[in-house]
Structure formats: structure tokens, C-alpha cells
Ligand binder design. Sequence first.
Ligand SMILES: C[S@@+](CC[C@H](N)C(=O)[O-])C[C@H]1O[C@@H](n2cnc3c(N)ncnc32)[C@H](O)[C@@H]1O
Length: 340
Amino acid sequence: MNNVIQKNLSYKKYVIDSKLRYFKPHASKIEKTFAEEISTTLSNDPKFIAPKFFYDKKGSELFEKICGLPEYYPTMTEIQILKTVCGELNDYLDESFRLVELGSGASVKTRLILDAFFSLQKTTEYFPIDISEILTESSEMLLRDYDRLSITGIIDTYEGGLKFLRNYDDRKNLIVFLGSSFGNFSPSDGEDFLKTVNSTMKSGDLLLIGLDLVKDKQILESAYDDSIGVTAQFNLNVLSRINDELDADFDLSNFSHYSVYNDEHRRIEMYLKSLVRQSVIISKSNIRLDLEKDELIHTEYSHKYSLEQIRILLEGTGFRINRTWVDDQKYFSLTLASKF
Ligand SMILES: C[S@@+](CC[C@H](N)C(=O)[O-])C[C@H]1O[C@@H](n2cnc3c(N)ncnc32)[C@H](O)[C@@H]1O
């Protein structure tokens, strides 16, 4: 294992104690990637900011607030389904598994899965992968509550974390990807991503993926445009982050949150709308952004699926479905799959 770690020279290693360590790309690399990506995607037509950039400290806190909103059914529904799943998960696991989580965030739902692991193992290894620094706080909170746990966190993109995991060792992994975060990918990027997950998995590894289901348009639209405006703050916060980290001069009062359900593509589309004709300088990205009044900057897709689509998607990317669980209202799904 040490050999593998030494090969990952692009990561800085932080050993907190015998139960907790993190790997994180060097700060200069993170800033350079952010500046370059923003320069490219805001020069595109249509203009775009990738949703992974929502999650600075403030963005992660706002996302946690969204999870507690009455309109935001995905979190409560997925937790409800997970309670059933975790009662049955041991039929598929054995004592040799490690828990890997993509986009672990606050690791709240993780606790239900960890309980299933503890009923099988004396000690459990958890491998959270998240681009946000929230990973450090969540890991420390988990370790305060569970003494049979050890954590290796990768503070990086999903792809970076999966590359790290590949060839890490021979241990079997249950990879979980919750919150329908997969729905943020465009259909073609999503397929490529599932193929990457699949190629990272060894025979015997499992994937548990939470995906949001197609439902009434009104329920969907209010989940992404709540009555007290937390989702709006979350969306606008990415501009504050660009101001702070890339030395830009976005005036947030010149933008508004706009989200809509696109029936044809079965997805919520989230945008920042420019309320006036304006120019913005992003110094570290070396660009001047010219925006027309009412021009939209695309910030997020959130695709919704039918169960048949999920089956086709997973089977088409090299998986065999072991089991799919849904709630009574058929709002959300969790699917357990293995590599063909
Ligand atoms: C929608 S939240 C879901 C959090 C949690 N899994 C849940 O279900 O409540 C997405 C999480 O994934 C992380 N994330 C988003 N895009 C990412 C990316 N491209 N690579 C790694 N982490 C990412 C965010 O920081 C955030 O914690």
C-alpha cells in the first residue's frame, strides 16, 4: 500500500492520527485547475460553471441547509429507503469489504451504511472522496461517534479519487454514490463516468447508487427553487467564490437564481440570470466576461430517471443489477449493482 501512496506524488498526505488521514492535491494545482476551467467554460457559448465549484465551505453549508428543507424530498426519501436497504445489505457483503463513498459531503446517510458494516466487521475502513473540505469535518465527527472506524479521505474530484483507489489494494469495495449526484452529469459524461467507476471495480466489488425518479413537474421545480431562497443563495454563492478565489468582480445583486424542469430531457436545469447588460473581470482566469441582460449562465443539471432507464444505463456500462429499492411514492431509487 505504501508503494501506491508514494506513486501518488500529486497528493499531499495529512496524517492526523492512527485512524485518520487525508490526501489532497497541492493548493497551487487546485487554484490553477479552477482558474483554467472557469476561463474555458465561461468563454463557451452557452456559458457554464461546473456544479463541482458550488462546494466551498459556504456552499457545502448551504447544501446541508437545502437537505433539511421541506421541499427538498430527495434527502428524506433516500434516507427512508436506505433504512430498508441497510437491513438487507448484509446479504450482499462480507467481512472483507471497505466502504468507499463518492461525494460524501456531511456523511450523514453514511452512518446508516456504517451500521450495516459494523454488524459484520470488528473494524471498518471508510474511504470518502469529496472535492469539498467538508470531508475533514465530517470525518472527525464520524470518528467522535464510532471507535471501530478508520478513515482515509481523498479531497479531490470523483475521477481523482477513483484513480487513487484503482490498484490501491486487493480489498473488496462497496462504492456508494448517493444524493442523485450522478444526475449532474450530461448523459454522455454520465455514461463515461459509470464506465470509469466500472473499470475501477474489481470482480466482487459493488456499487450502490441513489438516483432521483421522474415525477410531477411542480414537485421537482419547488425542490430546486424553495420558498425561503436557500437554493438561490447556494447557486449565487458560486459567484462569491469566484470573486474570492479568482479575484473577480461579480456584483451578486446583478444576478438571480433561475431553475426550470426540461420535460424533453427529463432534468432540472439551474442557471444564474444576468439582470443587466454587464462586464465582469475574472483576473486569475484572464478573462473579461460580457453578459447581455437576461443572458443565462448554466450551473447545474439534475437528471431524473425511470427505472427502465436506470436498468439500460447500468447494463450498458458494464454492470449487473443485484437489486433496486424505491419508496412507496416512487420518488427516489437506490440500486445495488456488480461488475459483469
Ligand atoms: C449533492 S451533494 C451530495 C452529498 C451527500 N452524498 C448526500 O447525498 O447528501 C454532492 C457532494 O459531492 C461533492 N462533489 C460535487 N461534485 C464533485 C466532483 N466532481 N468530485 C468530487 N466531489 C464532488 C460535493 O462537494 C458534495 O459534498
